[in-house]
Design a protein around this ligand. Structure first.
Ligand SMILES: O=C[C@H](O)COP(=O)(O)O
Length: 254
């Protein structure tokens, strides 16, 4: 039985005052309800340390990105060692916005995943096709290529602790969610046709695969009840306490 994960990706949003109030709300919620599901919140970098001070016990803090470089003269970059030194043990890697606006390649994402693992940081590795790629029926090939390259240097022992997030680009921030069956079909493909050949059936069965793309309190139950959907990577709805906590409740029900 895979324990569900609800991860919030705040992207480049909120002032510190707004962030603090949301973090306090999430902390109160998880300590009151003690969900079985793992809750991870990924705020902007400057808030990570303070978020870690606020989160006592049941929720974890994650970064939105990590450098593929180990340390040194890389202005503006944040290394796994730096994250580790402030007690941050999760990071998103290869989000489609990083691919689109910062030109991250599958190879670079693979280097980031390998460096994160070397530094003891668990990764949420993003994959997903664009609208055009789905319209041309190419979505499976695109996702397989993204993950084959990003995960190629990972051992099965390390892979068990990593998390995959399937985020169809056409569903991110658009309100146009993948249908539960579209999402389930891709999650099963990732588990059976990508992870199993790379790492074996036991590992493929254990890895959590999150869905991301316009998840909200109204559609979370239908998505999370699918057999291969192990939770969500939530963007817009993670910025509102009621919406985010409703999505955590949905993860608990399914
Ligand atoms: O990382 C989160 C995803 O990009 C989903 O964002 P969204 O929930 O605003 O569509």
């Amino acid at each position: 039985m895979r324990r569900k994960i609800v991860a919030g990706n705040w992207k480049m949003n909120l002032s510190w005052d707004e962030a603090k109030s949301l973090l306090l709300g999430i902390n109160n919620f998880v300590n009151r309800h003690k969900p079985e599901s793992k809750v991870i919140v990924c705020p902007p970098f400057p808030f990570l340390d303070r978020a870690n001070d606020i989160f006592i016990g049941h929720a974890s803090v994650g970064a939105q990105n990590i450098s593929e470089f180990e340390n040194g003269a890389y202005t503006g970059e944040i290394s796994g060692s730096i994250l580790n030194s402030i007690g941050v043990h999760y990071t998103i890697v290869g989000h489609s916005e990083r691919r689109k606006y910062f030109h991250e390649t599958n190879e670079q994402i693979g280097e980031k995943v390998a460096m994160a693992i070397k530094k003891g940081i668990k990764t949420i590795v993003c994959c997903g096709e664009t609208g055009e790629e789905r319209e041309s029926g190419n979505q499976n090939n695109v996702v397989k290529e993204q993950l084959d390259v990003a995960l190629k240097n990972i051992s099965p022992e390390d892979m068990v602790r990593q998390i995959i997030a399937y985020e169809p680009v056409w569903a991110i921030g658009t309100g146009q969610t993948a249908s539960p069956s579209q999402a389930q079909e891709m999650h099963a493909f990732i588990r059976n046709e990508v992870l199993e050949p790379l790492f074996g059936a036991d590992v493929a069965n254990e890895v959590r695969i999150l869905y991301g793309g316009s998840v909200n309190s109204g559609n979370a139950d239908d998505l999370f009840s699918q057999p291969d959907i192990d939770g969500g990577l939530i963007g817009g709805a993670s910025l509102k306490l009621d919406d985010f906590t409703s999505i955590i409740h949905a993860a608990e029900r399914n």
